[in-house]
Design a protein around this ligand. Sequence first.
Ligand SMILES: Nc1ncnc2c1ncn2[C@@H]1O[C@H](COP(=O)(O)OP(=O)(O)OP(=O)(O)O)[C@@H](O)[C@H]1O
Ligand SMILES: [Mg+2]
Length: 314
Amino acid sequence: MSTSSSRSALEFDQLTKRFGEHVAVDAMTFSVPRGSIFGFLGPNGAGKTTTIGMALGLIPPSSGTARVLGFDIRTNPSEVLQNVGAMVERPAFYPYLSGRMNLQVFGAQAGMDDRSRIEEIIDLVGMSERANAKFGGYSTGMKQRIGIGAALLCDPELVILDEPTNGLDPAGQREIRELVRRLSETGHTVFVSSHILAEIQEVCSHVAIINRGKLVSTGPMSEILAGTDQLVIDVDRPEDARQTLLNIPDLEKVVVDERQRLIVDVSLDRAPEINQTLVQSGFAVSQLRHQEGQLEERFLALTGQATGSEQTNG
Ligand SMILES: Nc1ncnc2c1ncn2[C@@H]1O[C@H](COP(=O)(O)OP(=O)(O)OP(=O)(O)O)[C@@H](O)[C@H]1O
Ligand SMILES: [Mg+2]
């Protein structure tokens, strides 16, 4: 485990990468608290892999710094690499060897030949039952889990996973989310990138949202989601009801959605007042419920665009 006393597992300071004219990562500055499950969220081409690559010494920065557990990989490579496990890109394994054998081979190459540790890892990534089957026959999700297992061989404090659910079906995605939680419960800081908002919202304690190489917002998930609560109201004559609600001071946003429900951007404590106004104005309210803020709304509000779409460069 780590030898440094840095409070941040990762610290990016004005980190920048240019590819020719194109600025792929632009003065990226944020930090990742130790012990967090930290979501690194951005659409395709936002600069996630490039940022991770710079932290791990795979890509040289144009300027700025990335500190991993207090160390810059360019000056202290061994301090970084001994304490970080990473899965970037789809991992390459021997298809004709079993998952277990692959981990043993990788472990031996890394100077780690503690067989019981490998059994622990197989158990942790949920591959006990299939560990003796050939890697080439695994599902994509199983391959990802062996890949994450390989990242754990050095018993790292910090685990960095670049889009670990890419290409997985919903069940596979859920397995990876459960594994991320397990990694956190077993004392790891987990830094996980994704372009899937709901996934990050579900599993992460903290988040950094990036877009076109730039940091858009970062902080604890609860703070990022603050102010995104909504009331969903089933009412007769929703359009008239909307006009009535718009007369209430400081109600900023009231819309009628495609299912003819009223969506009011307001926190739960305003529900009685809103209900009373509608009833007193003669509307029949059949249901009024609270909907927790969605990262998707926040992302759209912050960037003015949806995720999952390829960005045009420049
Ligand atoms: N080696 C390179 N040469 C030129 N441009 C690059 C290179 N690597 C990345 N880029 C560009 O930098 C930008 C950021 O790419 P990056 O791969 O970091 O994004 P990403 O957020 O990981 O996207 P994805 O979700 O598709 O994995 C993109 O516009 C990409 O085309
Ligand atoms: Mg990427």
